[in-house]
Design a protein around this ligand. Structure first.
Ligand SMILES: O=C(O)CCC(=O)C(=O)O
Ligand SMILES: [Fe+2]
Length: 186
């Protein structure tokens, strides 16, 4: 899984006209993890979500899902939620917030949510590729210049992650930390 994630990061680097290994320096002590999701059947799937709308905060997510389906992504053109149909023997790749910041918005992280099924339970296994805890996340210098200045201020990944996690656990009635909090105002 790690090898696949690193390979994908190489392809993303190349797509941005960067050297293939450009992201390796941020991934030396990468703080990646896997989550095992179980969604039991829900008698009223219209009243509850398996996972509420969010964007993955890390670099990249590689998701394995079973054949039940439920993951939806928000289509940018019209804001509609679109079902990601389960395809056997394949992974779903989600761009996370960090690639959005590194690429200075050339890539955009995708908003998604999970709907529940009234009859079937569902399992999914996301692998989250995260940089090293001490990484300062900011737009890459090669991708910014006077015409296209950095759209984000630098933030520390470890601090960002723990702040978000803590507020999740405490279910505080405050908004989670988000990358747009680091957006440079225009
Ligand atoms: O279960 C899924 O398909 C996605 C779960 C998810 O978005 C997440 O764990 O961040
Ligand atoms: Fe997610």
């Amino acid at each position: 899984m790690v090898n696949l994630a690193f390979k994908l990061m190489e392809l993303i680097a190349l797509s941005l006209d960067l050297p293939a290994k450009r992201f390796v320096e941020f991934l030396e002590d990468h703080a990646s993890f896997i989550r095992l999701n179980h969604y039991p059947p829900c008698p009223s799937p219209d009243l509850a979500l398996g996972v509420g709308r969010h964007k993955d905060a890390g670099a990249l997510t590689i998701l394995a899902q079973d054949d039940v389906g439920g993951l939806e992504v928000k289509r940018k053109s019209d804001g509609e939620w679109v079902l990601v149909k389960p395809t056997p023997d394949s992974y779903i790749i989600n761009v996370g917030d960090i690639i959005q910041v590194w690429s200075n918005d050339a890539y955009e992280s995708v908003e998604h949510r999970v709907k529940l099924n009234s009859e079937k339970e569902r399992f999914s296994i996301p692998f989250f590729l995260n940089p090293s805890h001490y990484t300062m996340v900011k737009p890459l210098e090669e991708l910014t210049d006077e015409q296209n200045p950095a759209k984000y201020k630098a933030y520390n990944w470890g601090k960002f992650f723990t702040t978000r996690k803590r507020s999740n656990l405490m279910k505080l009635n405050v908004e989670n930390v988000q990358i747009y909090h680091f957006r440079v105002s225009e």
